[in-house]
Ligand binder design. Structure first.
Ligand SMILES: *Cc1c(COP(=O)(O)O)cnc(C)c1O
Length: 218
């Protein structure tokens, strides 16, 4: 199927759950991103800063760009003028730098805390106590140019649905818990979970944003 057909069918699958699609365009050539754009899709996700800035420069300016991959503090300055949402906040230090660079650009950047939910060693992310330490830190109320809008997590890359669903439920339970606490600069409305292999499981478990690459471009 073409990119346009894939987009239509994935959006139809997600519609009953009101889950938004972040089209993951990493490693794809500009021509494919143009096809995506011409299919009327506007939310694009990249995992590397260099690739994100290059693609942002080459494409129309009404695209909403999401950074979904690991972000180093010293690279925040390259994306702060345009990035809409950063899914991969994993420290207070990184959040402070995003706030500083967003302030320079007179913007507010949406941030998600990346949570570690998988049974794999290799995935980045915070555990619940580390996330709570950031959310309740005395510095957070001074960060006027960021908003923590929710959580992101990646499930174990495994064919066993029960394990994947269990990890999504764990993330959703923590999300629902944080939602009940009133915290400055925190407004939980997004839970970014689900990729090509597990997006329907994620949508059923309450995901508000799925990050899908290969199922669109394959
Ligand atoms: C690549 C990537 C995705 C998309 O993966 P697919 O399996 O191609 O859908 C989602 N999230 C993150 C963080 C990624 O790096």
């Amino acid at each position: 199927m073409s990119i346009a057909e894939n987009i239509v069918s994935i959006k139809a699958e997600l519609a009953p759950y009101h889950t938004q699609l972040v089209a993951v365009t990493k490693n794809q050539p500009i021509a494919s991103l143009e096809q995506l754009y011409n299919s009327n899709h506007r939310i694009f996700g990249e995992n590397r800063v260099q690739e994100l800035t290059t693609k942002h420069e080459s494409l129309p300016k009404d695209i909403e760009w999401h950074l979904i991959g690991h972000l180093q503090t010293n690279k925040v300055k390259y994306i702060a003028s345009f990035v809409h949402t950063i899914h991969s906040i994993d420290s207070l230090k990184l959040l402070a730098e995003v706030n500083k660079q967003a302030a320079k650009n007179e913007r507010v950047i949406n941030c998600l805390l990346q949570m570690f939910i998988a049974k794999e060693e290799t995935k980045f992310g915070l555990d619940e106590s580390e996330a709570l330490a950031i959310l309740t830190s005395s510095e957070l109320p001074t960060f006027e140019n960021i908003k923590i809008v929710g959580l992101m997590g990646m499930a174990t890359n495994i064919d066993n649905h029960a394990i994947v669903v269990d990890e999504f439920r764990q993330l959703k339970a923590f999300y629902d818990f944080v939602k009940t606490i009133k915290l400055p600069n925190v407004n939980f409305v997004e839970i970014s979970m689900g990729m090509s292999s597990d997006y329907l499981l994620a949508a059923r478990e309450g995901s508000t944003m799925v990050r899908i690459g290969s199922a669109i471009f394959a």
